[in-house]
Design a protein around this ligand. Sequence first.
Ligand code: ADP
Ligand code: MG
Length: 246
Amino acid sequence: MTSQIIRAERVEKYYAQPSENRIQVISPTDLSIQEGEIVALLGPSGSGKSTLMRMLTGLSVPSAGEVFWHDKPIATAADVNVSIVFQSFALFPWLTVLENVEAPLKARGMEASERRRRSQKMLETVGLDGFQAAYPKELSGGMRQRVGFARALVVEPEVLFMDEPFSALDVLTAENLRSELLELWQGKTIPTKAIFIVTHNIEEAVLLADRIIVLGRNPGHVRTDFRVSLAHPRDRKTSAFTQLVD
Ligand code: ADP
Ligand code: MG
C-alpha cells in the first residue's frame, strides 16, 4: 500500500498589486506526493511551478486552500521534513565542500564528529570523495550541484524537492547527473522517500518521473496529472520519450 506524504487541496496563490487587481498565479489545485515515487511538475517558464513548490514545502503560505503533511495541515516550514535543491546551487562560497554539507546538520545542533561522519558518507555517495577541502568556486557546475545534492540529502529529508536542478548545467553534465540520481534512487542509496522535481524540460520529466503533473499558464493550474508507463524504469532512455501514455 502506498502512503501519502503531502497533499494539497484547492491551493491558490495570488499576489497583491499596487492597483486593486490581484494577480492569480496558481488557481485552485489539488495534488499529492506518495511514498516511493518521483513526481515531476512540468510547465513553461512563468507558469507558477516554483510558487506551487514553495507552498508544498511550507516556504510560502497559500492564499487559499491547504497543504497537508501526513494529514496534518502545514503551519510553518518547521512542520515538514524536506530539502530543496536549487538551480543556482545556493552553496555558501566561504565554506568548504564538507562545511557546506555539514551546515544543515550544524543548524540542527548535531554533534561535530557525527555530522562529519554523515557528511563524509554523503559526499562519497554523490561521487565527491576527495573534494572535502575544496571551495565551491574551485568546482565545475556539475560538481557544485553534487554538493547541493549531498547537502540536501544529508538531513535525510522525507521528500527531496528540486527546482530546475539541472538547468544551469550543460546538456552532457545534466544528463550524467540525472541518470546517476536515478540510479541512486532505484538502488535505494539515497535517504529520501519521494522526489519532487520542478522542470520545464519534458524529456527530463519523462526520463525521471513516475508521474508528471503539467501546469498550464495564465493563471497556472494543473492541466493534467498522469503516470509515466514504461516497460521498466531501467529502460528510461531518450527513445522512451515517444512511449508516453496517459
Ligand atoms: P515558474 O517557476 O514556473 O517559472 P514562478 O512560480 O516563478 O513560475 O512565477 C509564476 C508567476 O508568478 C510569474 O508570472 C511571476 O512573475 C509571478 N510571481 C512570482 N513570485 C511573485 C511575487 N513574489 N510577487 C509577484 N509576482 C510573483
Ligand atoms: Mg521557477
